[in-house]
Structure formats: C-alpha cells, structure tokens
Design a protein around this ligand. Structure first.
Ligand code: GLN
Length: 243
C-alpha cells in the first residue's frame, strides 16, 4: 500500500507550521508500513491533482492568497476531476476560504474562489480578527470527539452548509455563530492551524482513511501509541476549560 499526497503552494501557504500536517500524515502512515510520497506544487508548475490520494492546502496571509488564487482557479477543472476520482482534501484557513465563492479582504480586494461550495468569506466589517486557541467538538465519519487548534483570521465565513464542528472555545467560521469549518465525506476545511494534526491524532487518522479509501477501499489502520499527542491535547483542553 502507498499514499500519494499533493501539497499545494507549500512555499506560500504555510502559516503556523501547516507543513507539520503533511509530516504527521507521513509519519503515521509509515508507522503502519504505508510508503508515503509528498509532492509539492506551486504557481506555474504542473500536476494532475487526480493522480493523488490527498490534496493539502494550508493557510496564508492576504498577500499570499492574492498571489495564488488565479493559479488555483486555472486548475479548477483538474481539481473537479480529482473530486470526482475521490481524492481527499485537507484545507486550512486561507485554503479553506478559496474553495468557496470568494474571499474579500479588509481593503475590499476580492479573490475569486473555486466555488465548489456555497460559502463565502468577507473580512469583519469592524476590522476584528479571530485570534487564539480554539477547541471544537466534531463528529467525523461517525465518531464524536474534541479537537484543538490555533486560529488567526479576519475572514468571516458564512453560508456553510455542513460545518466541521461546534466551537467550544474560540471563534471558528465567524465571531458570532459558534460553528467551525466545513466538512463533507471527502473534504475537511478548517480555520484550525496549530498545525492541526499533531495534537489531533484522531483527525490525522480519519484523513489517512479518507485518502487511502480512494484506491484501497475501507482500510483499518492499526492503533498507534498516542500517549504524548493526547497529553498535549489535554493540556490545551484544560487551559480552555473544555475538559
Ligand atoms: N488571510 C485570511 C484571513 O485573514 C486567511 C488567514 C489564514 O490563513 N490564517 O482571513
């Protein structure tokens, strides 16, 4: 068994150690004997997204988002082909925003999104940012659990049909509505950096299962010793009074 990850705009969209997510997936796959290839792809480079099991796109400041959005739009049909071919998607913050209708920043500049989903993002009208540690409760593929992360975004994402989770502490999609991210059975899109996966091993394994499903069907991953990861998560849940 092997796993192919395509890490998009690795040189531009990598806030708060988002690259750690790809690394965690590689380590957790390889501990199960699953050989893992992580290929990067940035502006102007070619890649057939549908060749990969997982498409990973991290977050970025407004400047980086503005730099990449046209290149991303030029790949729309290829990304749709990958969706149809059951590639899994992990999108963080700026990456999450660009899969919706658009992202409009503080100055009114608008980056057109891929419009795969109906949500849209506009910077807070009061110039506020959602910054800090965040804890949520999510139900992924039938399992309910808590997850922690760190968020820093001005964008307020609305019209999300199926959120990733319910905010226990922090902000999530908007300052006021208490929901976080977007999720369907193929795409996980979230405001949670951290990076997300080191302190949330359950999410890491769900992503691995989703990615491996593309070529291997349902895969049962052997359990790993997550004592350290769980202890780190517990520290944050306690600090946020969510335990
Ligand atoms: N620039 C976007 C915002 O501020 C995304 C930031 C991010 O990726 N952390 O909303």
């Amino acid at each position: 068994m092997n796993l192919r990850i395509l890490w998009m705009y690795h040189d531009l969209m990598d806030l708060y150690g988002d690259k750690g997510n790809a690394e965690v997936l590689r380590v957790r796959a390889e501990k199960r004997g699953i050989e893992t290839e992580i290929r990067t792809c940035t502006i102007g480079e070619t890649a057939d997204v549908s060749d990969y099991d997982l498409f990973f796109l991290g977050g970025g400041a407004d400047r980086e988002q503005e730099l990449i959005f046209k290149d991303l739009l030029s790949r729309k049909e290829n990304i749709r082909k990958a969706m149809d071919a059951h590639t899994a998607f992990l999108l963080v913050c700026g990456g999450y925003q660009l899969f919706g209708k658009y992202y409009k920043d503080q100055d009114g500049n608008t980056d057109e999104g891929l419009s795969f989903f109906d949500y849209y993002t506009e910077a807070s009208s009061r110039n506020e940012r959602c910054i800090g540690n965040i804890a949520i409760e999510t139900c992924m593929d039938g399992e309910t659990f808590k997850a922690v992360g760190f968020e820093n975004h001005g964008g307020q994402t609305r019209n999300v049909s199926t959120p990733f989770g319910k905010v226990l502490k922090g902000y999530g999609n908007t300052i006021e509505d208490g929901m976080e991210g977007f999720m369907n059975d193929q795409v996980l899109a979230t405001y949670m950096h951290g990076p997300l996966l080191p302190k949330n091993p359950k999410i890491a394994d769900k992503i691995l299962e989703r990615a491996l499903k593309k070529r291997y069907g349902k895969v049962d991953l052997a359990p790993l010793d997550d004592t350290l990861e769980e202890a780190a998560q517990k520290v944050m849940l306690k600090r946020l009074h969510c335990l």
